[in-house]
Design a protein around this ligand. Sequence first.
Ligand code: NDP
Ligand code: CA
Length: 318
Amino acid sequence: GRAPRFHRKFTQLQDGGGVPSSSIRVMQWNILAQALGEGLDSFVQCPPEALSWSRRKYLILEEILTYRPHILCLQEVDHYYDTLQPVFAGLGYSSNFCPKPWSPCLDVEGNNGPDGCALFYDESRFEFLDSVNLQLSTMRIPTNQVAVVTMLRCRSSGRCVCVAVTHLKARSGWEWLRSAQGSDLLRHLQTLVQKHGHDSAGAQTLDIPLLICGDFNAIPTEEVYRRFAASPLGLDSAYKRLSEDGSTEPEYTTWKIRPTGECCATLDYIWYSRDTLRVDAVLDMPTEEQIGPNRLPSFSYPSDHLSLVCDFSFKEKE
Ligand code: NDP
Ligand code: CA
């Protein structure tokens, strides 16, 4: 049985003001690794047929192509080389992929290789400047979590943007590790924007806008979230703009049922530089009723995490 897709609407923000044609659409999505969904996750209310790759791959592509983001940040990608990279290359996207060093997918029989983070961008909108794959460290010790950081130049405005995608350590008890991994990523980003923001004489010339997308595996009260919100990089979380007061995260970005119980939580974020970028629009979240009693994934939706989609524009320089 094929159930209908969620119908989600964009909330346009009053202070949007940006010319819609010039805005940059960004999507953040943990697509659920095929090996983990079938092999390790135990989504007990999800029919096994809904988890087959032959069904899920079309729902994943449909979800992304419904919104046609200019920048697409994905986690739990274990079908990069055989599906996502070639399909999106044919649609005009370039991409970078960083597999996890010891992906849990490799423990699943019949796996399709390690999962990792992937960053895609629309080549007609952006010129490639630089990209690095990072293994996040704590006290100089490398961990199993990674990030892709790509520096792009917007072809129409000539402005640069630094985009990062990451997937922090999962599960409770690891709050300290997520915090250390987040700090390590912030440190790398600080160094990168400093390097690219200087002219050949070494003078600071540019404030390079940042976009950091990720499954942080952390609720908004966790230390890693507080560190991002208080970072000297001047970051804000875009999805707060969906709330009535403009300062509350959504109620959930993931909703699933495992044998251990139901998990409904906000773990995924799009962080942006508040001084150089403006949020023009935010895609709303499906309601509890739309998601349905068996939660996610389902025949309607291929992942246990919902996609986050926002439109940004560059603020005028002051
Ligand atoms: P994480 O704890 O970060 O989780 C890995 C994945 O499991 C995530 O994608 C996460 O999804 C998902 N997950 C979270 N909670 C559950 C749950 N309750 N049940 C099922 N899946 C869940 O793992 P690590 O990256 O730290 O890797 C740990 C694994 O890596 C080990 O189990 C081992 O198999 C392997 N490993 C192997 C090593 C080696 O030397 N061979 C060394 C180290 C690790 P989400 O983010 O959506 O919650
Ligand atoms: Ca997962």
